[in-house]
Design a protein around this ligand. Sequence first.
Ligand code: ADP
Ligand code: MG
Length: 375
Amino acid sequence: MANDDVIIKIENVTKRYGKVAAVDNVSLEIKRGEFFALLGPSGCGKTTLLRMIAGFEVPTEGKIFIDGVDVSNVPPNKRPINTVFQSYAVFPHMSVFDNVAYGLQFDNVPKADQYQRVMAALADVKLDHLADRKPDQMSGGQRQRVALARALVKRPKVLLLDEPLSALDAKLREAMRFELTALQEKVGVTFVMVTHDQDEALAMADRCAVMERGRLMQTANPSSLYEFPSNRFVADFIGSVNLFAGKLVVDEPSHAQFYSEELGGKVFFDHGVSGAANENMWVGIRPEKIEMIKHVKKGPTPAMEDCPPDCNVFKGVIKQISYLGSESVYEVMLPNERIMRVTRPNLSRWDQEDFTWDDEVWLCFHGDSPVLLQN
Ligand code: ADP
Ligand code: MG
């Protein structure tokens, strides 16, 4: 039975070009009305997957359902879907109005209705005052909105967007993030966006699928991807993370311990992790979850008891400091010469303990901060 909340169902889809699997056995459900992002590094198969949803490519194996219908034999123009491509092609010599109306001419929409629908679509993208303008007299951001209006005027159930913001400069790209999310909320159409930019995906999407080398690594909402990545690739691709190889040595329902030779000690978890105890795994610790404590008070040797109770504690020496404005990044060398990265916000100056090169510090993090990661 078709689940009413699922608009796109991708079932064991593989796409091979010769021997290369551009998309490798991907299964995925996208919900009606959601802003969904396909995220991953360049070449991981995002566009190929999007093109199969649109119908421009045929899966080598597997099936795609749209609104409960197997679309294997449905051509692109018969799918309830529209696509906004990376290089948003608009006709430069036609007015904005005609560009948007163009898509309706082949749908036998009566002229009066056409006018209503084009103007409504232009209002959605805040271009109704520029209906007579030609795209070659417009900015990149405005041309992008023309392309969006032209796709939305067809009233698709799903709008596919391939790197929609990549042609815009950095400032405009950030502004357009908010505009696109607001637009999606307003029109309520399911958006599926391809991007290689993790900030963009996290900021805009309700849920993201992270891909690597054709495979799906994890599907979750942005905060879960960041806080609970399930494998090393996702932890490293989304944000910054300290990674250490090792294995679980205690695996209880209420707590766990991970031993890492690389780290030179054990990491305690204040919760169960349900890992496979013998497998080689990784522990990930986000730089902002580590507290740095300096110990001038207690003589030449830092005192461990200054750290809060129930903390993981490691000794280190500050080797590098990068000032990034709102925060600074500290590279702290552990006794075994491995580096742990720590970030601290640069708050008001009189509140802050100052850290400098060669300071001896304790690094503390609570048992809820580390994440256990599959290889
Ligand atoms: P992404 O959009 O994530 O950057 P693509 O889906 O464009 O990645 O490509 C995934 C992989 O498939 C790449 O290795 C790419 O070279 C290959 N590929 C994509 N399209 C074709 C094609 N038409 N013929 C051969 N190889 C292709
Ligand atoms: Mg691509």
